[in-house]
Design a protein around this ligand. Structure first.
Ligand code: OOG
Ligand code: MG
Length: 260
């Protein structure tokens, strides 16, 4: 027996985010928490945020690369929500006093030209719905101590989503081979990780199709105009005051964030 409910978990996660406080795994006290219920918590969190004035602007994938899966000890990709309140402009610092223990990870982002609905979405149909491809950073900030969670915890916690920045320079998806798109991740000028787009499910468009198909199981689709973050290409790096993290892509340009 557990006295945890969807409402209690939603309130607890929102409180942690607002108070910038981490805490234990929900599954330690609610081991029966299944994925379906965890997504209900994630959706309830989004409803609370939109009721408070935030706007849904897109969807993110998490745990789509081996680098991320191995670091977090979870091998299943997941989806979560992006709101306008999470969006940073290029050059805007990541403010440490607004967050718990932020980490940043380089990602390839899509902006959708058309709605993409599963089931049956493929990398080809997914890519045909994309308007533009961008370099991006995601700032993750787990509401669980030490980024330690089981899959239902991190699903409920909106996949640690906290901030994101999408580079304005964009390319049409047919202008490049995203599997071969290279990314160098640098911390204060030193390369700490490298990857190509293939790190994400073999091709970022496979991740996009995966998201559309997963959302369709909940009667949802990826809408025109949405931003889609396809998942960290490399392991994430802790943000620290004065530390600059740079992602240099082969064709998508260079993007930096600094902790403040
Ligand atoms: C979970 C979120 C993972 C990604 O891009 O793989 C994620 C976490 O690592 O805390 O956003
Ligand atoms: Mg991410």
């Amino acid at each position: 027996m557990t006295d945890w409910t969807i409402t209690r978990a939603t309130t607890e996660l929102l409180d942690r985010e607002t108070a910038r406080r981490d805490g234990g795994r929900i599954t330690d006290e609610w081991p029966e928490l299944d994925l379906r219920t965890a997504y209900e918590i994630q959706d309830a969190l989004l409803r609370e945020k939109t009721a408070a004035g935030e706007k849904l602007v897109g969807v993110k994938l998490g745990l789509t690369s081996r680098a991320k899966q191995e670091r977090m000890g979870i091998s299943s990709p997941l989806t979560a929500w992006l709101t306008d309140a999470m969006s940073l402009s290029v050059g805007e610092p990541v403010k440490l006093d607004e967050l718990i223990h932020p980490r940043v990870e380089p990602e390839i982002a899509f902006v959708m030209r058309e709605r993409l609905a599963g089931p049956g979405a493929t990398a080809a149909t997914a890519l045909a719905s994309v308007g533009s491809v961008h370099a991006a950073f995601e700032v993750i900030d787990s509401r669980f101590s030490g980024f330690s969670f089981a899959l239902p915890d991190v699903v409920a916690d909106n996949a640690s989503a906290a901030r994101f920045v999408v580079a304005p320079g964009s390319l049409r998806p047919e202008a490049l081979d995203l599997a071969l798109e290279a990314c160098l991740l640098e911390v204060d000028g030193e390369i700490v990780a490298t990857a190509t787009g293939a790190a994400v499910q073999g091709h970022p468009a496979e991740a996009l199709a995966l998201a559309a198909n997963a959302l369709s199981e909940r009667g949802l689709a990826i809408e025109a105009g949405w931003i889609v973050l396809t998942g960290g290409l490399t392991d994430a790096v802790f943000v620290e005051r004065g530390r600059t993290i740079t992602a240099r892509f082969g064709n998508l340009g260079t993007l930096s964030v600094t902790g403040a």
